[in-house]
Design a protein around this ligand. Structure first.
Ligand SMILES: [Zn+2]
Length: 286
């Protein structure tokens, strides 16, 4: 892949950090872009069972917010597609709200759970394996997935084909302007790299390929004929389960994890008043 020009605006990229992979920055739009590789071996440092306890409350709460906004934006019966369904929590939330949603997921680790829950999931990569819908989908959603996809320009072109003309493209994504990313940059500046490596998920099998801010994400979609209809923030931390979430990283020492969890709880007011770590965007075709 070409790491010399920005995939959003075409300006030159400059090397910003040398971590496990290199991170480049666009001097024009501020996109952060990595030369990371997706590891098909499906090995990860993440302990999925611990992660579930730490994340589930938060995710379900955020998904309910997205569903209520979606129902305001688009009334009537909804048929959607989720790209990268992971553990299936979005599909579970759709089911509970009588929304029809198909998932597409490259990994099989949650397959048994998906089958037991009766989710409609196709295993493979988008768009090659994606089921087509006559007239397009009413919505297509990415929950913490868009930032992992290497070729974002051809991705957005495929989305344009698969979305109904009045459909909503929903991108739920971590922001480079958020509190945690900025903290990781500060720690990197004083010589502690592990936080930034964690933000990019370079120690997981599916690392981030891009880190966006609100402006450059809108710029990318605008280039392909989408207008931003709505942006709202989502909570990035559930303070009651923050310790489990940190300890779900196998590389994390228990003592250090407990210390970080304590520090985060103390910083709660600061975190809640900072630029949000996660935003959800609704895009519509122009
Ligand atoms: Zn750029």
């Amino acid at each position: 892949m070409d790491n010399s020009t920005c995939p959003v605006c075409g300006s030159p990229l400059k090397l910003k950090y040398k971590l496990r992979f290199n991170v480049y920055e666009c001097g024009n739009c501020g996109l952060l872009h990595s030369d990371a590789q997706f590891e098909h071996s499906f090995q990860s440092d993440l302990e999925s069972t611990t992660r579930d306890v730490g994340l589930k409350n938060l995710r379900l709460k955020n998904f309910k917010v997205i569903i209520s906004e979606l129902q305001k934006a688009k009334t009537g019966e909804l048929h959607g597609l989720e790209i990268g369904s992971g553990n299936g929590w979005w599909l579970e939330t759709c089911k509970a709200n009588s929304i029809d949603c198909t998932g597409i997921e490259p990994e099989h680790i949650y397959e048994e759970y998906h089958k037991k829950s009766g989710f409609n999931i196709v295993y493979g990569f988008y768009p090659d394996m994606s089921p087509k819908r006559q007239g397009g989908y009413d919505f297509i959603i990415f929950n913490d997935v868009f930032e992992h996809i290497p070729d974002i320009n051809s991705l957005v072109e495929s989305l344009k084909q698969d979305l109904a003309d009045d459909g909503v493209l929903i991108i739920n994504i971590p922001m480079s302007t958020g509190f945690f990313y900025r903290m990781a940059k500060l720690l990197h500046a004083v010589g502690w790299n592990s936080s930034l490596t964690r933000m990019w998920q370079f120690n997981f099998h599916s690392p981030h390929m891009n880190y966006f801010n609100e402006q450059n994400l809108k710029m990318l979609l605008d280039k392909h004929g989408f207008d931003c209809a709505e942006v709202f923030k989502l909570d990035s931390l559930d303070f009651s389960t923050v310790k489990e979430r940190i300890l779900s990283d196998r590389g994390m020492n228990k003592f250090r994890g407990t210390f970080i969890a304590g520090a985060l709880s103390l910083m709660r007011p600061v975190i809640q008043h900072s630029e949000p770590d996660i935003k959800t965007f609704f895009f519509k075709k122009k």
